[in-house]
Design a protein around this ligand. Structure first.
Ligand SMILES: [Zn+2]
Length: 236
């Protein structure tokens, strides 16, 4: 979970608080409204937030402990693990398992673990995709095949290949010691992950439809149109 900073007044004392930057109920990025706040005593504080999304409007709260500043130590409820698209969950239960575990790590603030987990989840999805749609054999060779090679061999669209590659780069960056490669930015990795999942969900949906189309139509779609104008011969 990531946070916004907000100054909150507790009965005359103002403290800077980490405010969750998305709703744990609907998963939407928000600047939550403060609905209530309380001093619980013995250095403990609580803030009740309300989601600003019109169809949600649900409440959640964060509890804080005063040390040098106010340290957040829990938010309730925990972040709901977002569901993967049905096409993806049907293809790769292993991806869904790793994705869920990584989201749990993210919700607990363990961003390095989450970054490694999301990278591993992408590897599971790419390999399951390779077995189902690219003729790869699910054997020890595929298990050991580096993710970078799998991306190059099995993802033929530039969009999904580049987004998968970037998730891998950030995951590797979080895993290595000393940290190598790109500077680690968890939110950037999440953006590439979301893009990758959208491309893959669309691709799987199209492949599912293509399997049911008559072969003559498919061949026509895949054959260059012989009636297309010839390329210019003057080099432009
Ligand atoms: Zn919400």
């Amino acid at each position: 979970m990531e946070y916004l900073r907000e100054a909150v007044n507790f009965g005359g004392e103002t403290h800077e608080c980490d405010k969750p930057n998305f709703c744990p109920h609907c998963g939407t990025g928000i600047d939550a409204r403060i609905a209530n706040k309380a001093v619980l005593g013995r250095g403990y504080f609580a803030v009740v937030y309300q989601c600003t999304v019109r169809d949600c409007r649900k409440f959640f709260f964060s509890a804080y402990f005063k040390s040098e500043g106010l340290d957040i130590f829990c938010t309730h409820p925990r972040v709901r693990v977002p569901d993967a698209a049905s096409e993806i969950s049907a293809l790769s239960p292993r991806f869904c398992d790793l994705y869920g575990q990584s989201a749990e790590a993210e919700a607990s603030g363990n961003f390095d673990l989450a970054a490694c987990g999301y990278r591993n989840a992408v590897e599971a999805l790419v390999k399951d995709f390779a077995v189902k749609h690219k003729g790869a054999v699910a054997d020890a060779g595929l298990m050991r095949k580096p993710l970078q090679d799998c991306i190059a061999d099995y993802l033929d669209g530039l969009d999904e290949a580049v987004s998968a590659y970037m998730v891998k780069e950030f995951g590797n960056s979080a895993a290595h010691y000393p940290q190598l490669g790109r500077p680690f930015d968890f939110s950037e990795q999440k953006a590439y992950l979301e893009a990758f999942l959208q491309y893959m969900a669309g691709k799987l949906k199209i492949l599912g439809i293509a399997e049911r189309l008559p072969q003559k139509h498919l061949l026509k779609f895949q054959t260059p149109d012989s009636a297309a104008p010839a390329p210019c011969s003057d080099g432009q």
